[in-house]
Structures are given as C-alpha cells and as structure tokens.
Design a binder for this molecule. Structure first.
Ligand code: CA
Length: 223
C-alpha cells in the first residue's frame, strides 16, 4: 500500500513517515501543496495524508483540485479543530479529518480504516510468477517451498513486489528501507539485494530479481 504525506513541518512529516514505514507502508512525501498535488495527480496512491496549513497552495485548495480529477482517499490534518474547517474539508471531498495534536495510535487507526474502504482494497498477497508473498503473515513461498527472510529482506522484497516491473534506484530503495538518504555509491543496497537473491532466485531457473545496469533493480517475470 502506497501513501503520500503532504506536510510542510519536517518533524511532523518524518514522524508520520517513519511510523507508516514501520507499519510496512510505502511512503512518499511532499513538503508543499504544489508538489503534493503534482504527485497526487501523476502517481497512484492508496491514500493521501494532507495537512491543511501548507505554504503556497493550502490543503483545501489541493483537495479541491485533486477531486476535479481523482478520488484517492484523503485524510486531512489540521491544527485548527473547528467545525468550519471540518465541514469545509468534508464538503471538498476529504474522507476523514484529524486535528493536531493527535495520538499516533489514532492516526494509524484512521489510516487503516480508510485503506479498508479504498477502491484498491487491502492487498494481503502479492504474486510474481511462482513467488508468493503473504503480507499478513509476512511469509514467502516459491514453487510451494517456504523461504525464510529476515524482517529487512522481507521489507525489501515487498517494496520491489509492490512496484513490480518498475526499476527502483539504489537511492530510492535506501530511502524506503533504511530511512536515510545517502549517495548511491554505498553498497548497502547491493549487499542486501545479493542476500535476497540468494534466497528467492539462486536455486531457480527463472530469475525474477534483475539488475538493470546503471539504474537499479527490478522484480518482474520476463518469461
Ligand atoms: Ca502545516
């Protein structure tokens, strides 16, 4: 499940992002309304967490313009717990509303509830060829044999599987799995990929995890 967070306060954005990633969601962020709207319109998300008070385009304006084209579920965040704000947000097409400050547990509960209603639905299984990834039990099977992965290997596989067919750069993988940004000359990703590949691909003729030279990695079924 992929979630977009549009929030200009860096501390709040990183707090929400970190928590959602720990709950195994794929997270993108934007720190202003203009970039948030662009991402929301041009990419596919299961849910958007949208702060109301944003520089440039505010959250209400982003929501209004988004709803002219798309029905992606939106959870509005605001610092003002007023009836007027709530009514305006819901009238513009927000699916839910949370006033700051809020408890993280409540935030996560709202997210889960919205995702259950999401048109894309909660996926509990990802399948690529004979590779099956059970997202609920966090178990992996290939050709009906169980494959044991570490938590980090599982997250890496899930990230690749959710974006199967898409080449993921080392920088992107690093930012999603290790929650940091550093130059892609590090070999952390390469080492992790090598370990994952040894478990899911090495003993099979059909290779699913490919290296795209100079670009990154892709999980797909080419045969
Ligand atoms: Ca704000």
């Amino acid at each position: 499940m992929r979630i977009l967070i549009v929030e200009d306060e860096p501390k709040m954005a990183s707090y929400l992002r970190k928590g959602l990633m720990e709950a195994s969601y794929t997270v993108d962020t934007a720190d202003n309304g203009k970039d948030g709207l662009f991402l929301a319109l041009h990419e596919e998300f299961d849910l958007i967490v949208l702060d109301v008070m944003l520089p440039g385009l505010d959250g209400f304006e982003v929501l209004k313009r988004l709803r002219e084209q798309k029905q992606t579920p939106v959870l509005l965040l605001t610092a003002r717990d007023t009836v007027e704000d709530k009514v305006e947000g819901l009238e513009l097409g927000a699916d839910d509303y949370l006033a700051k400050p809020f408890a993280y547990a409540e935030f996560l509960a709202r997210i889960r509830s919205l995702l259950r209603r999401s048109p894309r639905g909660v996926r509990d299984m990802l399948v690529i060829a004979d590779l099956e990834i059970d997202l609920i039990k966090r178990r992996v099977r290939r050709a009906n044999s169980r494959i044991d992965l570490t938590a980090q290997e599982f997250s890496l596989l899930q990230l690749l599987a959710e974006r199967q067919g898409e080449v993921l750069t080392r920088t992107f993988i690093t930012s999603q799995i290790w929650d940091m940004n550093f130059d892609s000359d590090t070999n952390v990703v390469d080492v992790a990929i090598k370990r994952l590949r040894s478990k899911i691909d090495n003993s099979f003729d059909r290779k699913l995890l490919r290296t795209v030279r100079g670009m990154g990695y892709v999980l797909d079924d080419q045969s």
